[in-house]
Write a protein that binds this ligand. Structure first.
Ligand code: GRF
Length: 216
């Protein structure tokens, strides 16, 4: 399965995919990493992994839609089967994303539908939530609103800060993303007409990451 990753920053989720692929645990070919930030550390990680690393600057385009058209034209050149948004911090124009239905996934640090958007850890803490987590979902025009494939949950500890929560969650995010991409690569998960399908059946709740790293 040919995979293109979009990332705006650190790139630890990209690195998790690259590492799993290198270990032979993920039957994917990482074709390219594209970023809207020239200085994104993710670009260096991609270069070091031998993956094409491309930066495209939004300010060189008159508006969001023309940037997104140019970005996805570059993405299309790599003929990906799957596009992974891994810390990609821009909303994608609905007209640009529409033809990619079922081919783009995003990892989001909350138990969606809770806390779409930014500052998810702080919002979970402010709400007094006992549990927090992350979700991998198919991308639709609605921000962080597409059908959820899988989630991982972790308990909130007394004294947690947004930073401590984010750090504990990040390790689990990596496992969640690798496991989700694995199920798509093995054609066990896809976006059906109405919802996510797992082994040919419509999911009525997201898959959950188990202690053994599998999704069930
Ligand atoms: C992750 O927390 C991801 O869930 C969110 O942005 C962060 C990206 O981290 N969308 P990294 O760049 O993959 O290290």
């Amino acid at each position: 399965m040919r995979v293109v990753v979009l990332a705006s920053g650190r790139g630890s989720n990209f690195a998790a995919l690259a590492e799993a692929q290198r270990r032979g645990e993920l039957p994917i070919s990482l074709c390219a990493l594209l970023s809207d930030k020239r200085t994104a550390p993710a670009l260096l990680l991609a270069e070091n992994a031998g993956v094409a690393a491309i930066a495209i600057a939004p300010r060189e385009f008159p508006d969001r839609a023309s940037f997104d058209r140019a970005l996805f034209a570059r993405v299309a050149e790599f003929e990906p089967d799957l596009v992974v948004l891994a810390g990609y911090m821009r909303v994608i124009d609905p007209h640009v994303i529409a033809p990619w239905r079922g081919k783009v996934i995003n990892i989001h640090p909350s138990l969606l539908p809770k806390y779409p958007g930014l500052h998810t850890h702080a919002r979970a803490l402010a709400a007094g939530d006992a549990a927090h987590g992350a979700s991998v979902h198919f991308v639709t025009a609605e921000l962080d609103g597409g059908p959820v494939i899988a989630q991982v949950e972790l308990p909130v500890h007394a004294g947690d800060t947004p930073e401590s929560l984010a750090a504990r969650l990040l390790h689990l995010e990596h496992r969640l993303l690798v496991a989700s991409v694995g199920l798509i690569a093995h054609a066990r998960v896809k976006l059906g007409a109405r919802s996510v399908e797992f082994d040919g059946r419509e999911l009525d709740a997201p898959l959950r990451l188990q202690a053994d790293g599998m999704l069930a």
